[in-house]
Design a protein around this ligand. Sequence first.
Ligand code: NAD
Ligand code: ZN
Length: 361
Amino acid sequence: MITVSLKHDRGTTPIWIGAGALEQRADELRDWCRSRTTFLISSQTVLDLHGERLTRLLADTTRLVALSVPDGEAAKSVEQAAVLWNAMLDNGGKRDSRVLALGGGSVGDLAGFVAGTFLRGIEVVQIPTTLLAQVDASVGGKTGVDLAGGKNTVGVFLQPRAVVADTELLATLPQRELRSGLVEAIKKGAVLDRGLFEATERSIDRLLQKDGHALADVVAAAVRAKAAVVESDPYEKAQRKLLNFGHTLAHAIEAELGYSELKHGEAVAHGMLFALRLGATRGWGGELSDRLPSLLARLEIPELPASLEVEALTSAMARDKKARESGITWVLARSLGVGELVNDLEPALVAAELDTFLADG
Ligand SMILES: NC(=O)c1ccc[n+]([C@@H]2O[C@H](COP(=O)([O-])OP(=O)(O)OC[C@H]3O[C@@H](n4cnc5c(N)ncnc54)[C@H](O)[C@@H]3O)[C@@H](O)[C@H]2O)c1
Ligand SMILES: [Zn+2]
């Protein structure tokens, strides 16, 4: 098992990574929730697959109250948060109650938000069950829900007490979700960490076959890269924005398609290819210009629907919460492993590039 530590202004969050991490850290988990009420927030799908393993682990230690929310992005609403707040209150939730988030990034973002706001904040442990949540969403303390007008528009920063990224949980993950998660690992390699990018390239066959060692290695490398950035810039004033590589267009695509047709990682893959194209207008990209598209091709990302239009996407990008009054900050790749924030891209240039990008398919 590998431990990565993330230091923040409230202490240190250990991130335990590897096959069987849950059992190996059972004592710590039991101590953390002993003799209190623990709200296990998950979806029915994930509870059916992995709930019993957790229940067995915590048996006789805590009063476990399972609360299930819808699968996928549908979990991330103010309405779902309110259902949970009320259920927690009705079930005797107190300032020292605990939240265990068991699921993908959607469950983690919602459960983190609910924990961060219930009685002004109670502790949460994240147990990510998708590759995307293990390499990205469970680490760094961003939580939140969506409004009709935009994704992740309401939320708080709350660093989890711990993260248990047990790669055995990925055994039941559908292949399409696995690929979507790999995109977020590749993203970090592309703009932050050449070594991570190249390791993913080298082991892509084994990763696609869910080889346990390959998965644990890529999760650990991706978590290290993310933890380093979050430590240097916890509230996303500068450096942490590099993690948004590919996300400006991705969030617009997701908003336009209603979060259904494409997985988050799939939208990010298209967003990264578009960011490469924008970078190329400045002569940037270097070897990434070939290697990123080749690596992403291995993931068989579905094409963008023909219904997407330049105008709708550009206005969705302008509405995105990451846009400032002064305009959109783009994350571009200067070269492999080196991202850069850019504030001076002309909207007309972006629109023209997007037009050809959509036409090229
Ligand atoms: N907070 C952050 O820093 C951050 C970072 C990246 C992404 N995110 C968010 O994460 C969300 C996407 O998360 P996701 O990709 O994990 O998707 P998800 O949470 O929507 O889960 C996808 C599907 O996988 C199923 N599933 C989960 N674990 C499973 C398992 N072990 N076996 C079988 N099926 C399983 C779920 O039931 C669901 O249907 C987005 O809302 C995104 O905004 C947050
Ligand atoms: Zn993402």
